[in-house]
Design a protein around this ligand. Structure first.
Ligand code: NAD
Ligand code: UGA
Length: 438
């Protein structure tokens, strides 16, 4: 962890103890602040009080436990306890997609209403949830409207850029911190909180900060759809997308990150945030057709992948498919909008039998597909299967004994949705290897 400790500690309240709220609370406590995290989910809070982290996120449980013991971190379901404890209140509640794709701000609005009704003195309210532009203004209105006493609220937009699977590391080592606000003293206080990070802090308006978040996620997703579009051409002309991506990415203006072709992006954020940003564009009569195409390419990518499996197996009816990896990316148990969901659904529709394994995400996937077969390890999954389909690039899949794998599978076929496995070695062992764009 590279952030150094501050010599000035603050009392912080965090509303919403999910991926972002819990990491924010735990990391701010780790830096020396006193933090109270509140959540409406009683089961989650009961677990957290015992030092048990309800999600899988590397390094998180350790700092939660450490700071619980040091009494710098506390958990509660009682929002009144948190609101008047914190001089700064972070809102980290979910902002899921509504049916039409726009952001559902009801959790955020409810949290703002609760803060307003409970606050006994002036508060800095920091919006960390990802929200459409102009939400900070709306939150300020709600705060004023529901406040009973004569207190002031200073709203700051401070979007979060952490990734799941490396959330603690990302929070502690950000590329930049964005602070959008109007009141100079409130901006200064929030800057002070982040001073130990020693990274560029961009002070701006709430509107710009809100757009920075949506635009960052949309740009990263655009890179992914772009490279997937090019990968589909590579396949047709015998080019290799890995070389092409490297050749593009070595141009410093482009960069190599987020140019891994595969089955497209998933997760709780890219799909919903791009849809929400498209809606923002529509609302303000701006043409965001580029982003609509990004989504279309992403959806098509899963279908093309399933078609590939179907082609290499000459049909899917009664074929046994060993699915390795269910989480939307490695090092997380999160399956929200995971590509695995769509791919398994398409495979089942075409009559395939699914055996599945993931080191962390099987309990979550059982809730969506209770009737597929879940296995204890990759070998059990691969035994007597017609094909291995790699969906999530967990490190343990690279370390498999592929000679053994070849012996236990019914057919030696690997379809690698992440271009992750050692292609040439697998072909030497005798596998038929199919990647994306190679
Ligand atoms: P999450 O669903 O994991 O957590 C949200 C939590 O808020 C839940 O535990 C819920 O019970 C709680 N909650 C809802 N209303 C509440 C209230 N009134 N009082 C107290 N608790 C309440 O969501 P998340 O993944 O942490 O995402 C939160 C926000 O951060 C979203 O806007 C998301 O887009 C954004 N974001 C997420 C990530 C990520 O990697 N997950 C990264 C950056 C930004
Ligand atoms: C993403 C952003 O990277 C974070 O900066 C942001 O804070 C977060 O969304 C958010 O707003 O919630 P996250 O979704 O956790 O983080 O994970 P990523 O590593 O970005 O991966 C997203 C998806 O894109 C995954 O399904 C991943 O497999 C896919 N991906 C990523 C590719 O297909 N190719 C790539 O080159 C990179």
């Amino acid at each position: 962890m590279s952030a150094s400790k501050s010599d000035y500690f603050m009392n912080i309240a965090v509303i919403g103890a999910g991926y972002v709220g819990l990491v924010t609370g735990a990391c701010l406590a780790e830096l020396g602040n006193n933090v109270v995290c509140v959540d409406i989910d009683k089961r989650k809070i009961n677990k957290l009080k015992q030092g048990k982290v309800p999600i899988y996120e590397p390094g998180l449980e350790e700092i939660v436990r450490k700071n619980l013991t040091r009494k710098r971190l506390a958990f509660t379901t009682k929002i009144e306890k948190a609101v008047n404890f914190g001089e700064i209140i972070f809102i980290c509640v979910g902002t899921p997609a509504r049916k039409d794709g726009s952001a559902d701000l009801s959790y955020l609005e409810k949290a703002a209403e609760q803060i307003a009704k409970l606050a006994k003195d002036n508060k800095i309210v920091v919006i960390k949830s990802t929200v459409p532009v102009l939400t900070a203004r709306k939150v300020h209105k709600i705060l004023k409207q529901h406040s009973k006493s004569n207190v002031e609220f200073y709203v700051i937009s401070n979007p979060e850029f952490l990734r799941e699977g490396s959330a603690v590391k990302d929070f502690m080592n950000p590329d930049r911190i964005v602070i959008g606000g109007i009141n100079k003293e409130a901006i200064r206080k929030v800057c002070e909180l982040y001073r130990p990070f020693n990274v560029p802090i961009l002070e701006t308006t709430p509107e710009s900060a809100e757009i920075i978040k949506h635009a960052s996620n949309s740009f990263l997703a655009t890179k992914i759809s772009f490279i997937n579009m090019v990968a589909n051409l590579c396949e047709k002309v015998n080019a290799n997308i890995k070389d092409v991506a490297l050749g593009i990415g070595l141009d410093k203006r482009i960069g190599t990150a987020f140019l891994n072709a595969g089955i497209g992006f998933g997760g709780s954020c890219f799909p919903k945030d791009i849809e929400a940003f498209i809606k923002v564009g529509e609302k303000h009569r701006c043409n965001f057709a580029l982003l609509k195409e990004v989504i279309k390419i992403n959806v098509r990518q899963r279908k093309l992948f399933v078609k590939k499996i179907e082609d290499v197996l000459y049909g899917l009816e009664n074929k046994t498919i060993a699915v390795l990896g269910l989480a939307f990316k490695p090092n997380t148990d999160d399956i929200r909008k995971a590509p695995a969901i769509e791919i398994i659904r398409l495979l089942l529709d075409k009559g395939a039998k699914i055996k599945a394994y993931d080191p962390k995400a099987m309990d979550n996937m059982r809730k969506i597909f209770p009737h597929i077969q879940y296995c204890n390890n990759p070998y059990e999954t691969l035994a007597n299967s017609d094909a291995m389909v790699l969906i999530t690039e967990w490190e343990e899949f690279k370390k498999l004994n592929f000679e053994k794998v070849k012996k236990i599978m019914k057919q030696a076929i690997i379809i690698d949705g992440r271009n992750y496995l050692p292609h040439n070695r697998l072909e030497r062992i005798g596998f038929t290897y199919v990647g994306v764009g190679i």
